[in-house]
Ligand binder design. Structure first.
Ligand code: ADP
Ligand code: ZN
Ligand code: ZN
Length: 751
C-alpha cells in the first residue's frame, strides 16, 4: 500500500474523486468512490476507471481527479470502483489542473475539457487478434484437397485461400470480404488449420526521407539576438516578429535543440495548411526520430500512436496543429506557435479554447512560449507594445536576399482603359515574361470554383441555395452550381427562374476561372490548381506542391492553401488576383485578415536568389490596408488598426460576446433571442455592458436553419462572461428546446 506521510502520521488514500465521461452537463460534478483493496496500491490521479452510476448502477467510464483518505459521503451511499482498466494515468497532475482552468475559462464542462486533451479512441485496444495459417506445404495442400471434396466446406476453402493471398487478417475483415458467417473460421481454428495470434497495432508514421542531413547555416546577427532571447532563463513569452523568409524556422530549430539537449520537451504548433512536406522535412532532418507530428488527415489510430509515443517519452518534439498543444509531455521546456496570427489556433467548437492561452498556461513558471509571425495578430502585438511579452524583430532576409518589390494594379483604371480581363496589364506582362524565362508564378485568389455568383442581367435575380442564404458558386469542370456551405448542387439555369430571360451572367472570380483564363491567354503554360476541390484525396496536397517544386508547372493557382509556409526558390512573381475579396466582408477583423493575406502571399516571391515581384490587383488602391501591406509596413498598420479598435470598442481593448440562436423555425428563433435579450436588459442594472439588438446572423440561414445573433460588449472578460452565462442560464429554464443557443467569446469572425 502506498502510504502518504503527514507530520501527524501515516494515512492511506481510500477514496477517489471521479469525474464521469458523459455528455450530460447536469452530472459534470465530482463523485466520491471507494477504492477496492486490490487497487489501493496502484490507483493514481488521472487514471481511467469504470464505476457504477445512478439508480441502475450502470457502468460508466470516468477519470480519477484526486485521491483522499476521507470522504463526506455516508457509508451506505458510497459505491466501489468497479475496475481500473489501464496501468498508467492518462492525465498528469498538470493536465488535471489545466482541465479545471479550462472549464472556467471556456465556460464548459470538465468532462469536455478532459476529452479535448486526449486523442479519440484512447480507450481502443492497442492489441488486436489476427488469424493466420497454422500449417504449410504438403499438409496445407492435403487439407485444401479435403475441403474441395466435401460438399459443405466451400466457405472454409475460401477462408484458407483468402489468408494465403492476403496474409494474417482480422476475423472481421475476412468475414466482411467473403460475406460469410464466423463459423467456417471457428471450425478451421478448431481443426488446427488456422491459429489466432495477438498483434500490437502500430501504424506506420515515419516519413521516408529522414536520411539526408541539412547543412547548418551561420545565423545572422538578428537571428542570433532573437535566439538568445528564446533560450534565456526568462519565462516571459517571446514574440518573434520577422518578415517572411527572415529565418524564423531556423531560430525555432536552434531553440528546440537547446531545450532538448537540456532534457526538456518541445511542442511546435503550425497552422494545418502550413504543414507542408517542406516544413516537416526540415524538422525530420534536424531531429530524426525524436520528432513526431500530427495533422488532420491522420486517422484516429495514427494520432493515438503519436500521443502514446509522447507519453512513453519515445519522442521529445511534437509538431502539429492546435490540438498538439495538449501533447502529453511531462517536462515541457518550450512551446513554439508559428504563424501566431492564424485563426485556426482558436477552436470554434466546445470547448472554444485558444491554443495560445493553453500554451501559456502549460508553460507558466516552467517553460517558454514563443510566437512567430510576419504579421502578428493585433491582440499579441498589443501585448508586446504593453510590455507584457518580449519582442524580437527580424527585418531582413539572410544572404542579403531582397524583400519582393510590390506593385499595386488599379483595376478601375484597367477597366476604364478597356481591359476587361481578370488580369491587369502588369500581371499579364509579368506572367508572360516569367513563362519565357522559365521562372515560376503563383496566383492567389481567395475563392474556389469558377464564378462566385450567377445572376440575371434583366431582373437581377441571384441564384441562391434554398437551404442557406448564400449565392451558388459555379464549378466549370462539373458544369454545376455548388453551395459552399452545405454542399448542395444544382444545374446551371438556361433561363432566369424569375423572369424567364436568357441573359444569365456569371460574375466574380474563383480559382477555376483563373485557371481557364490562363489557358486562354497562355495556352502553352502548364498550370496547377490547389484548393479544397483538388486536394480531397489523401496526399494530393503534397503531390501538387512537390510537382510545382520540381518545376512541373509554370503557374500555381490557389486559395489560402498556397499562402504560407512554402519555399519555392524559382517563384519570382506573385499575383494577388482580387485583394478586395476579404477587405469588404463586413468583419471587424477584415483589415487585419487582408493585411496578413497580402503579406503572406507576397512572401512566396523571391525566396531564392532572384528577387521577386508582387502585383496586388484591387479596386481600392488607396485603402490604408492595401497601401501599408504593399509597403510591408506592419508598425503603421498596427497603429491605425489599434486606433480603430479602441474607438469602436473591439478586442483586444474590449471583449465581445456573440450569442447565436438557430433553429428550423425562424419565429421560434426570433422569439427566443428576444427573450434572452430582454433578460440581459433587465439584468444590466448599472448599464455596464453594451447590448446590441438581435439581428440576423452574417449568414442568416445554413442548412435550412435560421440564425440570429446578439452582441454584447464589456470591458472586463470575467464580468462579461458571468453576465452572459447567467442570462443564458435564466433563459434556459423556459427556452424552447427547438432553438439552440451557441456562444462565442471574442470570435475570430463575425457570427
Ligand atoms: P521564415 O520561417 O522566417 O519564413 P525560414 O526559416 O524558412 O524563414 O528561412 C528562409 C530560407 O532561408 C530557408 O531556406 C532557410 O534555410 C534559409 N536561411 C535561414 N536562415 C539562414 C541563414 N542564417 N543563412 C542562410 N540561409 C538561411
Ligand atoms: Zn431575371
Ligand atoms: Zn446551402
Amino acid at each position: 500500500m502506498r502510504p502518504v506521510k503527514f507530520s501527524g502520521g501515516i494515512f492511506i488514500n481510500k477514496f477517489a474523486q471521479v469525474i464521469l465521461k458523459t455528455a450530460n452537463s447536469e452530472i459534470d460534478r465530482i463523485f466520491d468512490y471507494e477504492i477496492p483493496f486490490e487497487f489501493l496500491d496502484s490507483i493514481l490521479p488521472g487514471m481511467r476507471v469504470i464505476v457504477p452510476f445512478g439508480a441502475k448502477n450502470s457502468y460508466t467510464e470516468g477519470y480519477v481527479m484526486s485521491l483522499s483518505e476521507k470522504t463526506d459521503v455516508p457509508k451506505e451511499k458510497l459505491k466501489l470502483i468497479a475496475s481500473v482498466p489501464d496501468k498508467y494515468a492518462i492525465f498528469s497532475k498538470e493536465m488535471i489542473e489545466l482541465s479545471m482552468w479550462m472549464k472556467e475559462k471556456y465556460y464548459t464542462t470538465l468532462t469536455q475539457c478532459l476529452q479535448t486533451m486526449i486523442p479519440a479512441g484512447i480507450d481502443q485496444k492497442s492489441e488486436t487478434k489476427v488469424i493466420k495459417l497454422n500449417i504449410s506445404g504438403d499438409r496445407l495442400e492435403a487439407e485444401k484437397e479435403k475441403l474441395r471434396s466435401s460438399k459443405n466446406k466451400a466457405a472454409q476453402l475460401l477462408v484458407v485461400d483468402f489468408i494465403e493471398k492476403f496474409g494474417p487478417s482480422e476475423a472481421y475483415e475476412i468475414r466482411k470480404y467473403l460475406k460469410i458467417s464466423s463459423s467456417p473460421i471457428k471450425t478451421l481454428l478448431k481443426n488446427g488449420v488456422l491459429k489466432e495470434e495477438t498483434k500490437q497495432k502500430r501504424r506506420s508514421l515515419f516519413e521516408s526521407e529522414i536520411s539526408e542531413h541539412s547543412e547548418r547555416v551561420d545565423l545572422t546577427s538578428e537571428q542570433k539576438s532573437a535566439l538568445n532571447m528564446a533560450v534565456s532563463k526568462s519565462k516571459t513569452p517571446l514574440l518573434i516578429h520577422g518578415v517572411t523568409g527572415s529565418g524564423k524556422t531556423e531560430i525555432y530549430m536552434r531553440a528546440i535543440e537547446n531545450f532538448v539537449s537540456k532534457g526538456y520537451e518541445a511542442i511546435v504548433l503550425v497552422p494545418e495548411i502550413s504543414l507542408t512536406p517542406q516544413l516537416s522535412k526540415r524538422f525530420f532532418q534536424r531531429f530524426g526520430n525524436a520528432v513526431a507530428m500530427t495533422h488532420s488527415r491522420m486517422s484516429d489510430g495514427e494520432r493515438l500512436d503519436v500521443w502514446q509515443r509522447a507519453k512513453n517519452k519515445e519522442i521529445s518534439v511534437m509538431i502539429g496543429p492546435r490540438s498538439a498543444v495538449f501533447a502529453p509531455f511531462e517536462n515541457i521546456g518550450l512551446i513554439i506557435i508559428d504563424e501566431e496570427h492564424e485563426t485556426s489556433y482558436k477552436s470554434e467548437t466546445t470547448p472554444k479554447y485558444d491554443a495560445r492561452e493553453i500554451a501559456e498556461f502549460r508553460c507558466k513558471n516552467r517553460g517558454k512560449v514563443i510566437y512567430g509571425t510576419a504579421t502578428p495578430s493585433i491582440e499579441t502585438y498589443t501585448r508586446a507594445v504593453n510590455g507584457e511579452i518580449d519582442l524580437a524583430k527580424l527585418v531582413q532576409r539572410p544572404l542579403n536576399r531582397m524583400m519582393p518589390k510590390v506593385e499595386i494594379a488599379d483595376m478601375r483604371y484597367e477597366l476604364a482603359s478597356g481591359n476587361t480581363s481578370i488580369f491587369s496589364r502588369a500581371l499579364y506582362n509579368g506572367i508572360k515574361m516569367n513563362i519565357e524565362k522559365k521562372l515560376q508564378t503563383v496566383l492567389f485568389i481567395n475563392r474556389r470554383g469558377f464564378s462566385t455568383f450567377i445572376s440575371c442581367r434583366k431582373c437581377g435575380y441571384v441564384m441562391t441555395c434554398g437551404s442557406c442564404s448564400v449565392s451558388y458558386t459555379y464549378h466549370i469542370n462539373e458544369n454545376i452550381l455548388k453551395c459552399h456551405y452545405c454542399g448542395k448542387t444544382e444545374n446551371p439555369p438556361n433561363i432566369c427562374p424569375q423572369c424567364g430571360s436568357k441573359y444569365i451572367k456569371y460574375f466574380g472570380t474563383g480559382t477555376q476561372k483563373v485557371e481557364e483564363e490562363i489557358k486562354k491567354f497562355f495556352p502553352s503554360a502548364r498550370v496547377l490548381r490547389m484548393d479544397t476541390d483538388t486536394t480531397k484525396k489523401k496526399n494530393s496536397h503534397k503531390a501538387i506542391l512537390e510537382s510545382f517544386g520540381c518545376g512541373n508547372a509554370d503557374i500555381l493557382v490557389g486559395t489560402q492553401m498556397i499562402a504560407k509556409g512554402h519555399d519555392f526558390p524559382n517563384v519570382t512573381l506573385v499575383g494577388i488576383v482580387a485583394a478586395d475579396t476579404s477587405l469588404n466582408n463586413g468583419d471587424f477583423r477584415s483589415g487585419e485578415t487582408t493585411f496578413q493575406l497580402i503579406t503572406q502571399v507576397s512572401g512566396r516571391a523571391g525566396r531564392g536568389d532572384i528577387p521577386g515581384n508582387v502585383i496586388i490587383q484591387t479596386y481600392n488602391p488607396n485603402n490604408y490596408v492595401i497601401q501599408l501591406a504593399a509597403k510591408g509596413d506592419y508598425e503603421n498598420f498596427y497603429k491605425k488598426e489599434a486606433i480603430i479598435r479602441k474607438s469602436m470598442n473591439y478586442p483586444p481593448f474590449f471583449n465581445i460576446f456573440a450569442v447565436l440562436a438557430f433553429g428550423k423555425n425562424e419565429e421560434d428563433v426570433i422569439r427566443e433571442i428576444n427573450a434572452l435579450f430582454y433578460i440581459m436588459k433587465q439584468n444590466d442594472l448599472e448599464n455596464k455592458f453594451m447590448l446590441f439588438n438581435p439581428a440576423p446572423a452574417f449568414v442568416s440561414k445554413i442548412k435550412d436553419e435560421f440564425r440570429w445573433r446578439l452582441l454584447i460588449k464589456g470591458k472586463c472578460e470575467n464580468e462579461l462572461k458571468e453576465f452572459v452565462l447567467r442570462a443564458i442560464d435564466e433563459h434556459k429554464k423556459k427556452c424552447s428546446r427547438k432553438v439552440i443557443i451557441n456562444i462565442f467569446l471574442n470570435p475570430q469572425s463575425i457570427v
